[in-house]
Design a protein around this ligand. Structure first.
Ligand SMILES: Nc1nc2c(ncn2[C@@H]2O[C@H](COP(=O)(O)OP(=O)(O)OP(=O)(O)O)[C@@H](O)[C@H]2O)c(=O)[nH]1
Ligand SMILES: [Mg+2]
Length: 243
């Protein structure tokens, strides 16, 4: 067994060390990898001091959560990962059980991918509620039952990630989460959603100041979903939409 926990992280110096220490307490004793997005703060130093392997994302672009995840998958596979689990690095209330709950069904081969879902504050998850769920519901009804199609907390077999790595259209930015879900579902993988309780994370504070900070994410999630709809010949589903 070789579980890798990967944190894509950009300017998460305040939370990354604690996240690493908590993830490491999982009963599965994971390796921890941080993919730094050229942070201007002390993220790298904090991560190294907390004992994580730290690599730098391969492209100097932003937003690049997708690039960071792709780089992380490649590095983990190179180091012998059998299962790969992603966590956001800005979570304040992470517990080792999150890792245990997500990793267990994948390690036990009960599914190919597990995905965290949570109870979220009313004003949290706006892009999920207003963009990802309605759009993916039209084009990909087979994933409409997922509560959190943009969950950053997911685990999958290295085998599944290896097949996804072969795809040329792995998104660089915020489209990556919905892309991973759609692609995994369309390739007939077994996907389970697991309740993790409440998620408290710092990124929410930013867009409470101004919702415009979510516009790039909304744009990239919707355009990724449309591209996938074209790829899988689902654009015709629009005919059935009553407006
Ligand atoms: N390496 C890298 N990591 C990034 C980049 N953009 C975001 N991340 C990380 O990806 C994770 C998720 O980003 P957040 O800003 O928390 O966004 P989110 O919580 O998914 O979205 P909201 O619910 O809308 O806040 C965090 O650990 C970020 O630090 C990037 O360009 N490069
Ligand atoms: Mg966040």
């Amino acid at each position: 067994m070789s579980l890798f926990v990967i944190f894509p992280a950009r300017n998460e110096g305040k939370t990354i060390a604690q996240c690493i220490e908590i993830a490491r307490k999982s009963k599965f004793k994971p390796e921890i990898l941080v993919v730094d997005g050229n942070s201007g703060d002390n993220t790298k130093k904090e991560a190294r001091e907390a004992g994580a392997i730290v690599i730098r994302q391969s492209k100097n672009i932003y937003p690049a959560k997708g690039t960071a995840m792709r780089d992380g998958v490649k590095e983990a596979i190179k180091r012998g990962a059998k299962q790969i689990l992603f966590l956001d690095a800005d979570i304040i209330n992470l517990t080792p059980e999150w890792v245990d709950l997500l990793a267990e069904p994948v390690i036990e081969k009960a599914c190919d991918m597990s995905r965290g879902y949570y109870r979220r504050a009313e004003y949290d998850g706006a892009v999920t509620k207003l963009v990802a769920k309605p759009l993916s519901g039209v084009f990909f009804p087979e994933i409409s039952h997922f509560n959190q199609p943009l969950s950053g907390e997911i685990c999958a077999t290295a085998e599944l990630f290896k097949t996804l790595l072969k795809s040329r259209d792995w998104p660089d930015g915020w489209g990556v989460d919905i892309w991973l879900l759609i692609e995994s579902a369309m390739r007939d993988n077994q996907i389970t959603e697991i309740y993790l309780g409440t998620k408290v994370h710092t990124s929410r504070q930013e867009y409470l100041v101004d919702v415009i900070r979510l516009s790039k994410m909304a744009e990239q999630v919707s355009l990724t979903t449309f591209k996938e709809a074209i790829k899988y010949k689902r654009i015709g589903n629009l005919k059935n939409v009553h407006l």
